[in-house]
Design a protein around this ligand. Structure first.
Ligand SMILES: [Zn+2]
Ligand SMILES: [Zn+2]
Length: 451
């Protein structure tokens, strides 16, 4: 039997610069090419130094979040013969994200004095674009020129274009979940994976993001939506405005669709909705794929049917702060120098306003600090500017794009692979699964695991 090996290229067992090397027979494949969201410079990269120059046959990118695609140009620079595969929507979103990433790194070079930045350029992205080979869901394709291994994408229901991938060699098969969400969202459908239990997989490589804690008993997405909309309604009728910090890819479009649905039903006043910066670019791409991807409201196009007002952080089209408006602005964690961070100045001091969190925020980010603050506490949004009192209301909602741990556990048990490789989670999350799943392994960074 041909050998197969899996190597974790992350520098630690965490959700960071996600990347994995899978060797199937003669084919050497890299799964995902992430950038660590909290590290900078070389520490933000996967262990690419472990991969010899020009030794990779194929790179597969499962979706366009920074922690999966953020260092693709760096990997490709060192792997000139590698083919690179992703879904068409991931290619479109990833291209926009990486161009934005160049701009972010350029300003960080100046502001934080990081000499290595930018790690790649707009020109490098233009050169990379024609190398990307888009592949549709559920259509198998060869990974190497000899045809010794092939792959098939399946809709992972996490964000637009996200995929889990079935990898098949001559006598072994594997499935990598990517980031996965099994239930329908408001806009996009949940995952559509093949029946893996029938296949006797040699290994399931699976995310464990939410392994650390169960979802509260009685959670129901519909009720969570109602609570969210109810809070917006009462804030607007009380003369305030609502700021929703959102990730540009995924959360922006989900929140806008929620607002649209409730406005259509007359359950939400027809208040102006503002979006800004990168979110607008990503929404254009979501709309472009509205007919060719699985949606809860087929044909619905956000920008055409909902007509949000688009603007920027600065300049002529600066987003105005007015009463009775809804602002869905990126970034989701209110990181410094983003639209949501800049807009919060002048906003959080007003007790009539509300700040609503719909996604994850790192505890050290400005958004994370606000979430753990008490009313009236002083908040530092930007290290160069004075602190501000947090007088507005703050609420947190669970609209996670990741499967719950119980759903993931059921998925692992049903799949019943010979080995279950636990990735994309903190150590406590991985331990929880390792305790319950027979044959589960937590890989060590850089140490090949025989599959
Ligand atoms: Zn993701
Ligand atoms: Zn991820």
């Amino acid at each position: 039997m041909a050998d197969a090996r899996f190597t974790l290229l992350n520098r630690a067992n965490e959700i960071g610069a996600n990347s994995y090397l899978l060797e199937i027979g003669d084919a050497r494949v890299v799964l995902d090419a992430g950038m660590h969201p909290k590290e900078s410079g070389a520490d933000a990269l996967p262990r690419y130094e472990d991969i010899p120059h020009d030794s990779i046959d194929a790179v597969i990118v499962t979706h366009s979040h920074l922690d999966h695609v953020g260092t693709l140009p760096i990997l490709m620079r060192d792997q000139p013969s590698a083919r690179v595969f992703m879904t068409p929507a991931t290619s479109a979103l990833g291209d926009a994200l990486l161009h934005n990433s160049v701009n972010v790194m350029k300003s960080q070079r100046v502001e934080l004095g990081i000499e290595d930045y930018p790690l790649f350029t707009h020109r490098a992205l233009e050169e990379l674009a024609p190398r990307i080979e888009p592949r549709d869901y559920e259509k198998p394709f060869d990974l190497d020129w000899n045809g010794t291994a092939r792959a098939t994408f399946y809709d992972a229901g996490h964000i637009l274009g996200s995929a889990g991938v079935l990898l098949e060699g001559s006598d072994k098969s594997f499935f990598y979940s990517g980031d996965v969400h099994f239930d329908d969202h408001t806009l996009i459908r949940g995952a559509r994976f093949p029946d893996l239990g029938n296949r006797t997989l040699d290994a399931l490589i699976v995310e464990t993001t939410r392994g650390e804690s169960p979802r509260p008993a009685g959670y129901c997405r519909k009720n969570e939506e109602e609570r969210f909309i109810g809070d917006i309604r009462s804030c607007l009728t009380g003369g305030g405005s609502v700021l929703i910090p959102v990730f540009a890819i995924g959360k922006t479009q989900e929140v806008l669709t929620m607002l649209h649905n409730y406005k259509e039903n007359g359950d939400l006043p027809d208040a102006p909705v503002y979006i800004g910066g990168l979110s607008t670019k990503m929404t254009v791409i979501y709309d472009k794929f509205s007919d060719s991807t699985r949606r809860c409201s087929p044909g619905f196009k956000i920008l055409r049917d909902m007509n949000p007002i688009t603007g920027n952080r600065r300049g002529r089209r600066r987003i105005p702060l007015e009463r009775g408006a809804i602002y869905a602005l990126s970034s989701g964690m209110m990181t410094e120098n983003t639209t949501s961070n800049g807009f919060a100045r002048g906003f959080i001091e007003n007790p009539a306003n509300m700040l609503l969190f719909v996604g994850y925020a790192d505890p050290d980010s400005p958004g994370g600090k606000i979430r753990s603050a008490q009313p009236g506490d002083n908040i530092r949004l930007d290290k160069d500017l004075p602190e501000l009192p947090l007088n507005c209301g703050v609420e947190i909602y669970d609209f996670s794009g990741h499967a719950t741990r119980d759903q993931l556990l059921a998925f692992m048990q049903q799949t019943n692979a010979r080995q279950t490789v636990l990735v994309h989670g903190d150590p406590a999350a991985q331990e929880w699964f390792a305790d319950q799943v027979e044959g589960a392994v937590v890989p060590s960074p850089g140490k090949p695991l025989r599959l």
